[in-house]
Each structure stands twice: as C-alpha cells, then as structure tokens.
Design a binder for this molecule. Structure first.
Ligand code: UT7
Length: 336
C-alpha cells in the first residue's frame, strides 16, 4: 500500500451465475470437424454453458451480483460504484452497468462498463480498489458477465470449442482500519498484439452492414498459437514480478486464480512460477473460456469449497486481446 492510500479495499462477497444449457464436446463434434480427444488434450475443456438465444449478458450478471451482495450482507442502496467488465454488453449503449444497476436497485451507484477482453476483470478490480483507497467510494460491485456464444462462429473450429457464457461478481469495500485486502496490481497493454485476437465489425471501423454479416465479421477471430505464446510469457512474468516486489514466493500463495483460456497455458504458467496443482484454480473443464467471468466465478467456486481462509495470499492473473495482461495480489478477506 502506498503512503497516499487512505483506506484498504477488500473482497467481501462473491457470486456467480451460469446458464443451465450445457454444450459438450460431443455436441460440437456434430457442428464442426473436431473431436472430444483433441479438445480435452489441447484445451482441457470438457463442456461449457451456453445461453438460450435472446438472453443478454445482464441476466447472469444480475444473478451473480445478487449472490455477491447477499454474501457481503450489503443492501443494493449501499453500493456507490458498479463496474461491469464485458466484451458482450447487452448493446453498445446504454452500458450494461446501467441495466444491471436498475435491476438491482442500486439507486446510489454510478458506474460504467470496462473493455479489456480477458483481462477486464482484474483491470476493473483495480479501478474500484483505487476509488476505495482514495476514499471516494465505500462499497462497489465488479460484475464480469459474458454471452460469448453471441460472438462465436460455430462454423470455425479454431474458436467455437473455446468459449462459454456466464457471470461472476464480487463486492469490494473499504475495510476496517488495520486490515489488509487488495495489496498490489501490475497491469500491461501492448497494442501490437491486436491483430491476433479481435472481432472486426460492429464498431465504427466496420459498422454492421449486409457485407459485414456475409463476411462473418461479427465473430471472434483468433490466431491461437500466437496468443498462446504471449499468454504464457506475460502471465508468468506478471505473477513472478508481483510476488517478488512484495517479498513473496510461490510457496506463500494459497490460491493462484488464472484466467481460464487453456489448461496448458495455466499449467505452463504454474510450472514457471513454481506452483503445485493444489495451489491453482481450474474451472475451464466445466465452463470453458468465459472471458471476464472466469476469475470472479473461480473465486466463488473455490470459496464455496472452503479453500480460502481470511488472510490467505491470493494471486489473480489474466491475459487477453489487445494484448492486455497483468496480475493482482490480495489477502483474502471474506469471512474475516
Ligand atoms: O482468452 C484470451 C486469450 N486466448 C488464449 O489464451 C488462447 C490461446 N491459444 C490456445 O489456447 C490454443 O492455441 C488453441 C486451443 C486455440 C489451439 O491449440 P493449438 O495447440 O495451438 O493448435 P493449433 O492452432 O496449432 O492447431 C493444431 C492443429 C491444426 O492442424 P494442422 O494445421 O496441424 O493440420 C489445426 O487445424 O489442430 C487443428 N485444429 C483442430 N483440430 C480438431 C484446430 N482446431 C481444431 C479443433 N479440432 N477444434
């Protein structure tokens, strides 16, 4: 914590919500030229959840946020700030944040959506932490919610096997004096990586037209091999740096919560940092890559399993389109 920090910020509630509909690898075999063995071996994904057509990102975001609020024993009216990391907002505007704010009845909150692809959640967490530490905000919600199926091309086997839908949320609040919560962050962007993972149309460069639709430009495009290389390097380096500059090592970490894009990436990063399997959160087998929802939903799942105790050192780490990447170091505060 720096000298300018007035207060500490910590996570006091978690929640998640996933659609009921399961899309298995076997079902994908009927859609594209792929097979269960390839998907499991190359990605670790066995199944993912998919929304019914017409269900927008706000729906699971609202449900995850309600759960997080209940756990934090927070009244919606107490929330000062809502940040919604997402690449699949309900619509371009108004922000999904405003839609969720209205549904939850957070009548005293301001907020916004934040776009940093798969790093969105940790970037959002940092913006909220900074507001709380400065004394401008007391209680906030960060809600990562995605309907990745709405931008996934189910004729492209390179990408359609990877993504799933769902949401994860946390309540972050000012901690009583003397308590430690979110301790440090280390974030990076590098726009030279933009060419490897992107959705070409729907923005001002290529507004929606009959041509953009015909050319399938409203779907995710990825050069997986390139992204993979940068992801392992960036995530491992950010984690090593954030631990070292806080005089910690891998042995001090109770739980490492990486973005869930590929089990081989997660294992590669964990190996480089020196983490054992039981220190690493893995949810990709059941949910695939849910972009901004992977980290908050994994936190919720591991908290429910009773893995985390107050005071435990937790490292969050992500890598995504942009490129964007980074790590967050925190002491677990829920239940304290
Ligand atoms: O969340 C944001 C960040 N995103 C990531 O971190 C994703 C990073 N990338 C990856 O996770 C991996 O690169 C993928 C899982 C996307 C792909 O795995 P890979 O081991 O890098 O495979 P590849 O793209 O090098 O393809 C290997 C082979 C190719 O065939 P040839 O050219 O060797 O004959 C592909 O055409 O596998 C083929 N292939 C498939 N085969 C069966 C690609 N997709 C499939 C598929 N089923 N679904």
């Amino acid at each position: 914590m720096t000298a300018r920090t007035l207060y500490a910020a910590g996570i006091t509630g978690t929640g998640m919500s996933f659609p009921d509909k399961v899309l298995t690898n076997r079902a994908l075999e009927q859609m594209v030229e792929t097979n269960d063995d390839w998907i499991v071996e190359r990605t670790g994904i066995k199944e993912r959840r998919i929304c019914e057509p017409g269900v927008p990102a706000s729906v699971h975001g609202i449900a995850a946020a309600r759960q997080a609020l209940a756990m934090a024993k927070a009244d919606p009216a107490e929330i000062d700030l809502i940040v919604v990391p997402t690449v699949t907002p309900d619509m371009m505007f108004p922000s999904t944040c405003c839609i969720i704010q209205n549904a939850l009845g957070c009548k005293n909150a301001w907020g916004y959506d934040l776009v940093a692809a798969c790093s969105s959640f940790i970037f959002a967490l940092q913006t909220v932490r900074a507001q709380i530490e400065a004394g401008a905000v007391r209680k906030a919600l960060v809600i990562g919610t995605e309907v990745m199926s709405s931008i996934t091309d189910y004729t492209d086997r390179n990408t359609c096997i990877l993504f799933g839908d769902g949401a994860g949320a946390v309540v972050v609040e000012r901690l009583p004096a003397g308590r430690q919560g979110i301790l440090d962050h280390l974030h990076f962007i590098d726009g030279t990586g933009g060419q490897f993972l992107y959705m070409p149309a729907g923005g001002s460069l290529h507004p929606a037209s009959a041509e953009t639709v015909a050319r399938r430009m409203h779907y995710i495009k990825q050069e997986g091999r390139e992204v993979y290389k940068f992801a392992v390097k960036g995530m491992a380096s950010a984690t090593e740096q954030i631990l070292a500059r806080n005089q910690l090592t891998g042995r001090d970490v109770k739980l490492f919560v990486p973005h869930q894009a590929n089990l081989r990436i997660i294992e590669g990063v964990a190996r480089r940092v020196g983490l054992a399997d039981e220190q690493v959160a893995v949810t990709i087998d059941r949910f695939g890559n849910t972009t901004s929802a992977t980290i908050p939903s994994a936190l919720h799942i591991y908290r429910e399993r009773g893995v985390l105790q107050p005071g435990d050192v937790v490292v969050l780490c992500a890598f995504g389109a942009g490129f964007t990447w980074g790590a967050t170091l925190l002491r677990w505060t829920v239940g304290a």
